[in-house]
Design a protein around this ligand. Sequence first.
Ligand SMILES: Cc1cc2nc3c(=O)[nH]c(=O)nc-3n(C[C@H](O)[C@H](O)[C@H](O)COP(=O)(O)O)c2cc1C
Length: 171
Amino acid sequence: MLKVLLERRSIRKYKDDLVESEKVKQILGAGQLAPSGKNKKPWEFIVIENREVLKKLSEVKPKGGTFLEDAPIAIAIVGLEANSDTWMEDCSIASTFIQLEAENQGLGSCWVQLKSRFTKDGEDAEKLGKKILEIEDEKRLLCVISIGYSNQKKIVYKEEDYVEVEFKTIK
Ligand SMILES: Cc1cc2nc3c(=O)[nH]c(=O)nc-3n(C[C@H](O)[C@H](O)[C@H](O)COP(=O)(O)O)c2cc1C
């Protein structure tokens, strides 16, 4: 586990290689295993492979999302707000599980935030993303996780980053 945590970095450049469907299944399975308030699992995942849709999503997020255009796939994390008051926390954990399993599968990933973000024209990025992905009004679109084989070199975290955390102990 520590190896995965140390080696995971946000990857924003990808090779053209396709992501095997078996790996996608395992990544989604990891998301489904995430803990959630009252075990409600208030999320839905949408796997986006369509190039046109990925391009449209990249335009929604000119800051920190343009790379979606070249990502082999992305997984949209949809929150079922009406089902749980902890949907945001739950969906964030599911997103993290997805990213960690992607790393475990030898893939790079990056979180692209849509909730509380805006397009270059000041439009609500979540609202626009929901329209592109045809998500029902009552559901939320937290983020989109881009996934693919990394085409960039990034320095991995070191064990010192892990052990040198300062903390207080209450005895
Ligand atoms: C809640 C959240 C929102 C993020 N939003 C974006 C985003 O919109 N675009 C992006 O390129 N990266 C985004 N990131 C990735 C962070 O920039 C990245 O995790 C951080 O800089 C640390 O780098 P690392 O992931 O390589 O450790 C987001 C991460 C989180 C957890």
